[in-house]
Write a protein that binds this ligand. Structure first.
Ligand code: ATP
Length: 472
């Protein structure tokens, strides 16, 4: 619910995960910075995706293309002409809305059958780009978005989501370039470079992680919809005619990736696209149940040979593959998997966040804990000497030195042990180790497990391997 979501947003700020960009200047709308723990968590999610896509697939390689691309790229891809959302303004309140969000929001208040009919009507109008029709639909349904009486709407306009800027100081038209709105095109234009230099054989994939920029009309829900964000995309090049089978395979494989992080499967579902993008012959979203409802986190798209053909036509360079198995030249088809890194971050935090009541008959108590998968946690091991004296810090430092090159450790000697544990719970550290006087006698330490809060006594010499086993 919204209260939980607000608590999660506050938690992200209070514990150094996510800050509003340029906060001292009152922030910049829908732009965010990752703090000390957020940057680690984000990097761990990135690494987990990268490794499972490239290292674990012998036929997928990764690249890192530039954000700036030749302007013709976006003409070829269809973004200049089609990458827009319909928007409408309320002239009285000066509030701006995305028409599809407005209608979808209103549809949520309807009975199932009416809701489907309304959304179908909207999809049709969107498909036909019938802007006056969309406005009439809003007016007919009295979709007032909290305003009573008649609303003084503007006409519906198509709003292109690409940011543009000038390359160099020459102000002729050709120097206008865009910040990429998706990473995919950097892969398509490098198809031949990678295929040839890597001696890749179809079917094979190219993966990439990088920034993308969209001038979203309405930015909502924290880092769910941002204007600057990161995507993790993979384009899988296949023989024409095999797209159905590869589409199903990637759907399945990507869902398994999500489930491998230990999320309750009931929190995920597939949602087929009703309205297909201009390049797709099939498309599905993987949706997760965020505190504000089921929403898209990843898309799997069967893109046909649309992109490579478009680039072939606009660049006038042949982009083809010679398949030695069937002795044929063709433009490969593409299955794409596209996931938002920031959305995956939000998903991970939402799924991990728990407020627990630990009250006993004697004492009221509670804690906030992030039950992150150990492999994603920013800090893997916190090391605490029980006191600041008696040689305990020295022993703790020894453990720190033997572990810190293998995984991220955190050392702290201030405050009561209980308070130190709670601070680590709040940032999701799976293990805490306490060095006490007994350690000096028999070399054992107490290891405390985050989720169960159980403590066990084990030899200090086993700690490193114990943590390594849990994070690999
Ligand atoms: P939406 O319908 O929510 O606008 P989309 O269908 O346009 O998203 P895609 O173009 O398929 O999204 O992008 C692939 C992925 O990139 C999405 O599944 C999402 O995780 C992520 N993404 C897209 N737009 C944003 C954004 N503004 N902020 C953060 N992540 C985004």
């Amino acid at each position: 619910d919204q209260n939980t979501f607000q608590a999660i947003i506050s938690h992200c700020k209070e514990y150094g995960f996510v800050f509003q960009s340029s906060e001292i200047y009152d922030g910049l709308s829908a732009v965010y910075d990752y703090g000390q723990y957020g940057a680690e968590l984000k990097k761990n999610i990135k690494d987990y995706w990268w490794k499972s896509m490239t290292q674990l697939h012998e036929n997928i390689v990764g690249i890192d293309a530039a954000i700036f691309m030749h302007p013709t790229t976006w003409k070829a891809s269809g973004h200049v002409d089609n990458f827009s959302d319909p928007m409408i303004d309320n002239k009285d309140s000066n509030k701006r809305y995305r028409v599809d969000h407005l209608i979808e929001g209103y549809a949520d208040t309807l009975e199932a059958a009416d809701k489907t009919a309304l959304l179908d009507q909207m999809e049709l109008l969107l498909k036909e780009n019938d802007l006056p029709g969309l406005k009439t639909l809003i007016e007919e349904k009295k979709i007032k978005c909290g305003v009573s009486g008649t609303v003084n709407w503007t006409d519906v306009r198509q709003f292109n989501l690409m940011f543009s800027t000038q390359l160099g100081s020459v102000t002729d038209e050709a120097s206008e370039i865009y910040l990429r709105p998706e990473t995919a095109q950097g892969i398509f234009v490098n198809f031949l470079n990678v295929q040839k230099t890597g001696r890749m054989k179809v079917p094979f994939g190219i993966a990439q992680i990088g920034k993308a920029f969209r001038n979203e009309i309405v930015a909502r829900q924290f880092i769910f919809r941002m204007r600057e964000f990161e995507q993790m995309e993979m384009q899988f090049f296949i023989r024409p005619g095999t797209q159905k089978e590869w589409y199903e395979k990637w759907k399945e494989e990507r869902m398994q990736w999500h489930l491998s992080l230990g999320v309750d499967p009931a929190k995920y579902h597939f949602k087929d696209h009703v309205k297909l993008a201009h390049y797709a012959d099939a498309a599905v979203d993987i949706e997760f149940e965020f505190p504000f409802g089921f929403k898209e986190v990843e898309g799997i798209h069967s893109r046909t040979d649309f992109d490579l053909k478009q680039h072939q036509e606009h660049s006038r360079k042949k982009i083809q593959y010679f398949d030695t198995e069937i002795n044929q030249n063709y433009v490969p088809y593409v299955i794409e998997t596209s996931i938002g890194l920031d959305r995956m971050f939000l998903l991970t935090i939402c799924n991990a966040y728990a407020e627990e009541d630990l009250s006993t008959p004697e004492k009221a108590d509670s804690r906030v804990v992030l039950k992150l998968p150990a492999k994603l946690a920013p800090i893997k091991l916190a090391i605490f000497p029980l006191t600041k004296k008696d040689g305990l810090p020295e022993i703790a430092r020894e453990l720190m030195d033997s572990c810190k090159s293998a995984f991220y450790c955190f050392y702290e000697e201030k405050d009561a042990i209980g308070r130190r544990y709670r601070r680590q719970d709040a940032i999701g550290t799976p293990f805490c180790v306490t060095i006490d006087h007994q350690t000096k006698e028999d070399g054992t330490v107490t290891i405390r497990h985050r989720d169960s809060m159980e403590q066990e006594r084990v030899p200090m010499s086993t700690i490193k391997q114990l943590v390594l086993d849990k994070i690999s």
